[in-house]
Design a protein around this ligand. Structure first.
Ligand code: CA2
Length: 142
């Protein structure tokens, strides 16, 4: 199983500010964690991070035929991007949404996700562990 892991804007800034919300560990530590989680289930993965909506749409479109599933933390685009939701619908690969924080317990503007209706499952509020749960979910359900 080959998985595409997509991380949206500002996730590359992890560990630099707001540790009370996102933790103290940095983005490269997250990438190491994700790679280990994929290995645990015998999967391979590519990790892609971008601060640009169109680049994320392009990456999703290019996933068809190359990957068996997608784990995505769209970050702020969760709450704004019809384009990312449409791209995920168009390719129709099994997709799991992840958020480090519990977006249902935060500001009102963060409580709606355009990706949630397309995702097979959403894990939130579990920090890095949410990525492991998402990878395991895809391994068990694809
Ligand atoms: O909880 C999550 O994983 C989020 O997707 C993270 C996004 C936020 O916009 C979503 O509402 C929820 C933010 C990504 C990282 O933002 C940082 C902000 C300050 C310092 C470091 C990272």
């Amino acid at each position: 199983m080959n998985l595409l892991i997509i991380n949206g804007p500002n996730l590359n800034m992890l560990g630099i500010r707001e540790p009370e919300i996102y933790g103290r560990q940095d983005y490269s530590t997250l990438c190491t964690f994700i790679k280990a989680a994929a290995e645990e289930v015998g999967a391979t993965c590519e990790i892609f991070q971008s601060n640009h909506e169109g680049a994320i749409v392009d990456k999703i479109q290019g996933a068809l035929g190359r990957f068996d599933g997608i784990v995505i933390n769209p970050a702020a685009y969760t709450h704004t991007s019809v384009a990312i939701a449409d791209a995920l619908s168009a390719i129709a690969l099994p997709t799991v949404e992840v958020h480090l924080s519990d977006i249902t317990q935060r500001e009102t503007f963060r409580q709606h996700s355009f990706v949630a209706p397309i995702a097979k499952k959403t894990f939130m509020g579990k920090g890095f562990e949410g990525y492991r749960l998402a990878i395991r979910f895809l391994a068990d359900n694809s």
